[in-house]
Design a binder for this molecule. Structure first.
Ligand SMILES: [Zn+2]
Ligand SMILES: [Zn+2]
Length: 431
């Protein structure tokens, strides 16, 4: 029989990597929660039509990258390739705009795209998403950028900066698009890549974010949208930038930061980290004031972002030290001591300490090796002699200091350890 394997582009996440994902999710809940974002868990599967309408039937995602298949009754279903469309669907379906003026959602979980797997890009990947619906004020845009930066700092990334642009609105973008198209038509098509030649007439703004060097060279002098937006869009963008200045955010204006779809409007942004080079975008988002309406909902504005967790995990890499350290390793040397040890370890867990216990008999040397491998702070040792004396040896793994304590006082010892841990946590000395 052949060996069972995962599907190509799908991966098992073992510890400590899985712990990094937990850390990212916990931090996201805490930081985004501090801004009033609450978790929404949408299904990972939706009707295909949602993505055709919510992402755009002409996009690469919908055309080439979706996991789409008929269910047993022949209805076309799709594993979600992104989170926003599902959140919009939930918002509209449950009439949330009638209940609250502003809705703030945080989601996290797996997404699916049929792409060529490569380092940091899997067919099942994971995202953290935030969406804020119902507020059009520029303060919201600035707050979203600040919140995202704070989250990235809190998980331990540094060298962060923002790239930001405005895309105008449905009123002023056509004027810009015309100016851009006029400029692009004067370019010799032979100097453009195949995609760009096609896009000149159908989606001229996408030429600005083409990565092909010759295309970039040709579009270097292209008209910039900021010079063409209406007074409302201009004032909105100025306010966003003024807040970012005041909060000392490191940002650059990037006129090439565009999005292909009509419902994207006004502020668009990406966060880049110096630690992964020039292509180092770790998160991106922007305003999509027309999307809810396009999907058959009320005409409410929206803004959001997505943050790829595989990318973040890659950058956090070896930071295993970010993960919580076990409080103890319970080393049982003698099988006769097993039941007593199990009860003692249970006492520790009830006092909210965490650690594993060894089973069966084993030498002190091998047990200490296991304790060290588990990175526990203390090793508790219980063998035949200790059992006889109703005591346990407690060894501090870093200093090597050890003491004997009576089993009857173990709960008190555990309580002190727990308080000590909380105190260090408050001081930021131990995560
Ligand atoms: Zn405008
Ligand atoms: Zn191109």
């Amino acid at each position: 029989m052949s060996k069972l394997q995962t599907v190509k582009g799908f991966a098992d996440l073992f510890a400590p990597l899985s712990g990094l994902y937990t850390l990212m999710e916990d931090t996201a809940r805490r930081v985004f929660g501090a801004y009033g974002y609450r978790e929404l868990r949408t299904p990972i599967m939706e009707r295909t039509e949602l993505f055709q309408r919510g992402i755009g039937a002409e996009t690469d995602i919908v055309q080439k990258e979706m996991y789409t298949f008929p269910d047993r009754k022949g209805r076309s279903l799709t594993l979600r390739p992104e989170a926003t469309a599902g959140v919009m669907r939930a918002y509209i379906e449950n009439n949330l705009h009638a209940r609250e003026q502003v809705s703030r959602f945080f989601t996290c979980g797996p997404m699916f795209r049929y792409e060529r797997p490569q380092k940091g890009r899997m067919r099942q990947f994971h995202q953290l998403n935030c969406e804020c619906l119902g507020a059009e004020e520029p303060q919201v845009d600035a707050e979203v950028v600040l919140m995202l930066l704070l989250f990235l700092e809190e998980i331990g990334l540094d060298g962060l900066s923002a790239e930001i642009n405005t895309l105008g609105c449905r009123e002023c973008r056509p004027t810009y698009r015309k100016a851009l198209t006029d400029f692009l038509r004067r370019i010799d098509p032979a100097t453009l890549c195949e995609d760009c030649r096609r896009r000149v007439e159908i989606n001229p703004m996408r030429l600005l974010d083409c990565k092909v060097p010759s295309c970039r060279e040709q579009t270097d002098g292209a008209p910039q949208i900021r010079d063409h937006v209406c007074a409302g869009c201009s004032a909105h963008f100025d306010t966003v930038l003024a807040i970012l200045d005041k909060e000392r955010v490191d940002y650059i204006l990037n006129p090439r930061l565009v999005r292909g779809l009509d419902y994207y409007s006004r502020t668009t942004f990406e966060i880049v980290s110096a630690s992964i080079g020039a292509q180092g975008s770790v998160a991106g988002g922007g305003r999509y004031d027309g999307l809810v309406k396009d999907l058959g909902g009320p005409d409410v504005p929206g803004i959001g972002f997505a943050c790829g967790m595989e990318r973040l995990a890659l950058m956090l890499g070896d930071k295993e030290s970010l993960l919580p350290r076990p409080d103890f390793y319970f080393a049982v040397l003698d099988e006769a001591a097993s039941d007593t040890a199990l009860h003692a370890a249970q006492t520790l867990r009830k006092a909210r300490l965490a650690g594993e216990m060894s089973f069966g008999a084993g030498s002190l040397k091998s047990r200490l090796r296991q304790a060290s491998r588990s990175n526990a702070e203390y090793c508790l040792i219980l063998g035949g002699a200790e059992l006889e004396a109703q005591k346990v040896v407690v060894k501090h793994m870093d200093s090597g200091e050890q003491a004997e304590i009576p089993l009857t006082t173990l709960a008190d010892w555990a309580e002190i350890r727990f308080e000590d841990k909380m105190e260090r946590g408050r001081k930021g000395g131990c995560r």
